[in-house]
Design a protein around this ligand. Structure first.
Ligand code: ADP
Length: 273
């Protein structure tokens, strides 16, 4: 089976005489994986995400999505259907006068027949838990509901990969939780591949794999339990240290013996979520 995302030696600069914002990035993401991308501001995370559905096209290196080269203009629509991008601010993504119209918009653009549209709208609204809001006006929804609507609009198109670019950062804790649970559910039920760019270290800790970007490079690629417990590295990268890691260090410093306590990062995060 071909991997959904294969990037090889991707180098990019916005201006020909400007700095390289991506430097020889190589990356493979497997089907059904949840990869969180973290890194300081300006490290190139958003730029990288724009290469994943062809919003940006490589000049040096290559980006292959489900076997399709993003430089191939004939494949552009197929690539956009395969990878759905959800941005930070839900307000900018909502276009319909009702929730239903809003989800319909992307389907119309993709030429989905009317009969099938009804079914896809209902299905995607149900998957993100907003089926009871279909005739609501989008601007009346809460932040979490708006972002879930933006996700519904994307999943109605039935992508295999969802890229969330800081999609939870404008939400309150409840909204964040709603969006993350929605995505987790989709991954479980549909085996969707998820790429989430986030500042929220607790959110990143739930992913299968974390990529850390710094100055246009991937400086670490590994399991959350390896990366997020490396306090020195996180501080060096101007990243937050997870609460659970700080707590463990504090308890150890105070001489509290944890040998008989099963305090795993996963358990703790689950408990606190
Ligand atoms: P991150 O998402 O990690 O904050 P970005 O990918 O947004 O990083 O930005 C990486 C670098 O590219 C930064 O130096 C930023 O100023 C620059 N940049 C981002 N978008 C543009 C743009 N549209 N035009 C020129 N430079 C840009």
């Amino acid at each position: 089976m071909v991997d959904p995302i294969q990037i090889k030696d991707l180098t990019y600069k916005y201006d020909t005489d400007g700095e390289e914002v991506l430097k020889k990035i190589s990356l493979t993401v497997k089907k059904g994986e949840w990869v969180a991308i973290i890194g300081h501001n300006g490290s190139g995370k958003s730029t990288l995400s724009r290469f994943l559905n062809g919003l940006l096209v490589p000049e040096a290196g290559e980006v292959i999505i489900n076997g399709m080269d993003t430089r191939d203009e004939d494949k552009m629509w197929e690539i956009r259907k395969y990878v759905g991008l959800v941005f930070q601010n839900p307000e900018n993504q909502l276009v319909g006068t009702t929730v239903k119209d809003d989800i319909a918009f992307g389907l119309e653009n993709n030429g989905v027949p009317t009969m099938e549209m009804e079914e896809r709208i209902r299905n995607s609204a149900e998957k993100v838990g907003i089926a009871h809001l279909l005739s609501e006006e989008p601007h009346r929804l809460s932040g979490g509901q708006k972002q879930r609507l933006a996700i519904a609009g994307i999943i109605a198109i039935q992508p295999s990969v969802i890229v969330l670019d800081e999609s939870t950062s404008m939400l309150d804790p409840q909204g964040r939780k709603e969006v993350i649970q929605t995505v987790l559910h989709l991954r479980e039920t549909e085996n969707i591949t998820v790429i989430s760019i986030t500042h929220d270290i607790d959110e990143a800790s739930l992913a299968d794999r974390i990529l850390v970007m710094s100055d246009g490079e991937i400086v670490r690629d590994g399991a959350p339990e390896d990366i997020l417990t490396d306090e020195e590295f996180l501080i060096d990268q101007s990243l937050d240290v997870p609460f659970s890691v700080k707590l463990q260090r504090y308890l150890l410093k105070e001489g509290i013996n944890l040998n008989h306590v099963t305090l795993s990062l996963d358990d703790l995060v689950e408990e606190l979520w």
